[in-house]
Ligand binder design. Structure first.
Ligand SMILES: CCCCCCCCCCCCC/C=C/[C@@H](O)[C@H](COP(=O)(O)O)NC(=O)CCCCCCCCCCCCCCC
Ligand SMILES: Nc1ncnc2c1ncn2[C@@H]1O[C@H](COP(=O)(O)OP(=O)(O)O)[C@@H](O)[C@H]1O
Ligand SMILES: [Ca+2]
Length: 503
């Protein structure tokens, strides 16, 4: 058996996409040494080729020989090897948002992704959504056990919808009340794959390292698995939403609210509203209380970030498994300390992952972990426009965005927020004068005292309440991804040995 390539190629079986018998064709027969072969037989191996910047491509290599039996034996053996890769999906449920991002979802799926799925013998049921919440509602009805995974084609908003459907369905089937903020949620073992076709696509970028539909499709095909922390958001014992990327009040809440009116602008709407919001320079008064995450090894000021095989996330996984074993025992969580901070903030951002995206390749919190059971809480206090701009610019370069006197960052496992306005309204219901003054200010937005509330931006969706209660659920769900791979071939940033050196 020989290969037409002149160079040697080495492909691990885990990177093989498919093996197929190759049809004999004249053109191929006429090249090189195969001209002399009487009746050639051939098979083609399709495999993942890793290119620069975390990009993956489907490549192929064809092997020729004269012996038909030998050729078939090779095909058979390679197919058996593929069968042994148990984590690979065979049956997928696909939701396409035709209106996300630049409205290319359907085209991207049909032209770039579907052919790869069919090459890898994955069967699919495809739903093109007709309205918002279509995918979410549908997930409560379908026979979910039929599928090895769910794929969403769209942006972070579309992913969020699919995640709400899956996690919600899981809790419903297990009789867990999502409205109880303390309920131990049931993990969701059905993986979600993201084919990026949205505006920010930060979840894809932060878990794969690139926004590229083909790369994401290949991660699904090889059956990658990346656990992900999920935050639950409640208000007064009412469930509001889950969040995996950004939960932002003030700056990012205001950008989102303004940008929703400009959907026709496509992804550009965020830059337009960002500029507008930057100029308006609103700050908001409120109280934030949080429980520091003592269980995890890392800190938000670490130099190393979460990478494939991250040791810190593995440690949290072990702790989680131990917790599940001792689930009969009482949790001490509630008695743990709460830290309280009052102030005037331009932005309050809680991120479960770095939130790296093309606009900011290192993200809002470069050292945040995908699956350590914590979120990074970033408090940006009132400062000058110039200082806030300096802070924003550091999201795009190598400088440390936390090295400012007006920026604080904490790694937390839960937090609560109440705005000054809602506190006043609750504690001074009889103080009519104050209420009237509040009303007056809201009617006159030019008034400097900023009496209006901002809104929360929850993975790109607005929340109705400004007072919220948030809890991080360690590794509540899983993605078809493997985290960002280290650039140089070598160990993960946090390898066992580097940690041991640290301790
Ligand atoms: C001066 C340049 C400053 C650039 C600062 C860039 C920081 C970007 C951090 C982005 C974090 C994104 C977190 C992810 C959020 C998404 O879940 C979520 C939903 O995504 P989807 O639409 O795909 O469904 N996306 C968003 O909420 C959009 C966030 C908007 C980020 C745009 C920020 C632009 C800021 C421009 C400021 C301009 C100041 C100029 C002064 C001269
Ligand atoms: N067919 C549809 N029509 C209108 N909205 C939809 C449809 N399908 C999904 N959506 C909603 O569109 C919102 C944004 O989608 P997303 O794919 O995240 O795009 P973008 O990144 O541009 O915001 C999501 O909240 C989702 O619920
Ligand atoms: Ca995390």
């Amino acid at each position: 058996i020989s290969c037409v390539h002149t160079e040697n190629c080495f492909v691990p079986t885990s990177d093989i996409i498919a093996v197929e018998e190759t049809e004999f064709n004249k053109k191929q027969h006429n090249i090189g040494k195969w001209q002399k072969m009487a009746k050639p037989h051939a098979f083609t191996v399709y495999y993942v080729k890793k290119a620069r910047n975390h990009r993956w491509r489907c490549s192929d290599v064809t092997f020729w020989c004269v012996d038909e039996h030998l050729c078939n034996q090779w095909i058979q053996a390679l197919k058996e090897l593929l069968e042994m890769q148990k984590s690979r999906p065979k049956q997928l449920l696909v939701y396409i948002n035709p209106y996300g991002g630049r409205r290319q979802g359907k085209r991207i799926y049909e032209q770039k992704v579907a052919p790869l799925f069919s090459l890898a013998s994955i069967s699919t049921d495809v739903v093109i959504t007709e309205h918002a919440n279509h995918a979410k509602d549908n997930l409560f009805e379908v026979n979910i056990n039929k599928y090895d995974g769910v794929v969403c084609v769209g942006g972070d908003g579309m992913f969020s919808e699919v995640m709400h459907g899956l996690i919600g369905r899981m809790q419903k089937d297990s009789g867990i009340d999502q409205n109880n903020p303390k309920a131990p949620l049931v993990q969701c073992n059905i993986r979600i794959g993201i084919i990026p076709a949205g505006s920010t696509d930060c979840i894809c970028y932060s878990t794969v390292g690139i926004i590229d539909p083909v790369t994401s499709a290949l991660h699904i095909i090889v059956g990658d698995c990346q656990p992900l922390d999920v935050s639950s958001v409640h208000h007064n014992n009412t469930f509001l939403k889950y969040s995996v990327s950004l939960l932002g009040y003030g700056f990012y809440g205001d950008i989102l609210k303004d940008s929703e009116k400009k959907r026709w602008m496509g992804p550009m709407r965020y830059d337009y509203s960002g500029f507008k919001t930057f100029l308006s320079h609103h700050y908001y008064e409120g109280t934030i209380s949080f429980q520091p995450a003592r269980h995890t090894l890392g800190s938000p000021r670490d130099k190393d970030s979460c990478r494939t095989g991250c040791y810190i996330c593995k440690k949290s996984e072990q702790q989680l498994a131990e917790q599940h074993k001792e689930c009969g025992l009482k949790r001490e969580e509630d008695e743990e300390e709460w830290k309280v901070i009052k102030g005037k903030f331009l932005a309050i951002n809680a991120v479960n992952m770095s939130c790296a995206c093309p606009r900011s390749p290192k993200g809002l919190s470069p050292a945040a972990h995908l699956a350590d059971g914590s979120a990074d809480l970033i408090l940006v206090r009132k400062c000058s426009r110039f200082d806030f701009l300096r802070y924003l610019v550091r999201h795009t370069n190598q400088d440390d965005q936390f090295d400012f006197s007006f920026v604080d960052v904490y790694r937390v496992k839960s937090f609560q927020f109440t705005s000054k306005l809602s506190e006043d309204n609750e504690s001074n219901v009889t103080d009519i004068g104050k209420k009237r003054f509040g009303q007056f200010c809201r009617d006159h937005p030019a008034c400097c005292c900023n009496s209006a509330n901002s809104t929360w931006n929850c993975d790109g969706e607005t929340l109705d309440s400004s007072a919220i209660e948030v809890r991080v659920h360690c590794q509540l769900m899983k993605l078809f991804a493997r985290g960002i791979e280290e650039n140089c071939k070598g160990e993960a940033a946090y390898s066992q040995s580097s940690i041991e050196q640290l301790l």
